[in-house]
Ligand binder design. Sequence first.
Ligand SMILES: [Zn+2]
Length: 406
Amino acid sequence: MASLPTGSLESLRARNSRLVIDVLRRQGAVSRAEIARQTGLSRSTVSSLVTDLQDTGLVHEREPDASRRGPEGGRPGVLVALDQSAGALVGIDFGHDHVSVAIANLGYEILAERTIEIEVDDAAAESLDAAAALALEELKGAGVEIARVLGAGVGIPGPVDRKTGLVRSQPILPSWVGLDPVAEMQDRLGVRVHIDNDANVGALGECTFGAGQGHRVVAYVRLSAGIGLGMVFDGVPFRGAHGIAGEIGHVLVDPNGPICRCGNRGCLETLVAGPALCELLRRSHGELTVAQLLQRAEENDPGCRRVVQDAGRVIGRALADVCNYLNPDAIVIGGQLATAGELLMEPLTAAIEQFALPAAAEGVSVLPGVLHERAEVLGALALAGANSAEALTVQVNTMSQTRRST
Ligand SMILES: [Zn+2]
């Protein structure tokens, strides 16, 4: 291979290399023809780029799986795949009362995973310190050197302004307001950091590893202390102009309802978020946590069952509007309340069928999440993975240049 001295040719090649790496990262083993089809590059360009990648040792050939047929039913060609140990990914999920960390290789094989309890909302600096320490400890435990980490994905339980990167919501994360969590985590970890809110990383988690797999337009609703909506279109989260898209917890449901922490009245969250459900039972059942409420519902306590069923109906009514706006092919129900199972899902699905436009309701699968409390940390890994092609491309090009100059 001749050396490519000019900057623009070099950058064109790097850009094409990134496209190829991205297909390999997303699909595992894939034929050169399929890479060409997906990237729009010519077969000869793809072959040349793959040869380069093979020379660096990051990509190797794999015999086709005999059980898999080519697109026309014929025998599939030789497949190429990324060396999954070529890099590592870190996922970090900040909940209101915990931090979870997961470490994986490029094939999303989990190498380490751990959760610690910590008060996150009022102790930003301490939480960031604890998360970084936990990540470094788990990397060490898994035998992964920090130099091999291609990036970290971070989910936080509040809105992040996409333009400034700052946390914006005073009522949700008081001690985090004005903080730049990306810069803070990059300082602590020394790797590239990508951030999103908990509903978006949860959505990515379910789309990559869980109930949303195989669906193109996915709405993931996270029912916990707050209520958020993550929208993933063709594998990419939709964040809106400023990163505030999906704040379904603050749509108006009852104009005369209780005052919300956002300052409005009768938001969805004031009626069906965890604390609101416990509040409904205070007079009859005394102080309950959401976990206790769900436990009693499972044990057939009529009041607790009623609270969950009514919540399902109200949430379904709001999701019917989501069906009309977005026409998703899947709605995935996650978060703590989703562990109520059919008791929640049945009235929720019925309300969607009743209130959405029939064509929108018929085309949507309403699915319980399958990752439960791991959805966000696994989604944070997927966020790191989705952004890893760039880091890998830099690595490949550095290796190629070193080879060419020797
Ligand atoms: Zn509100």
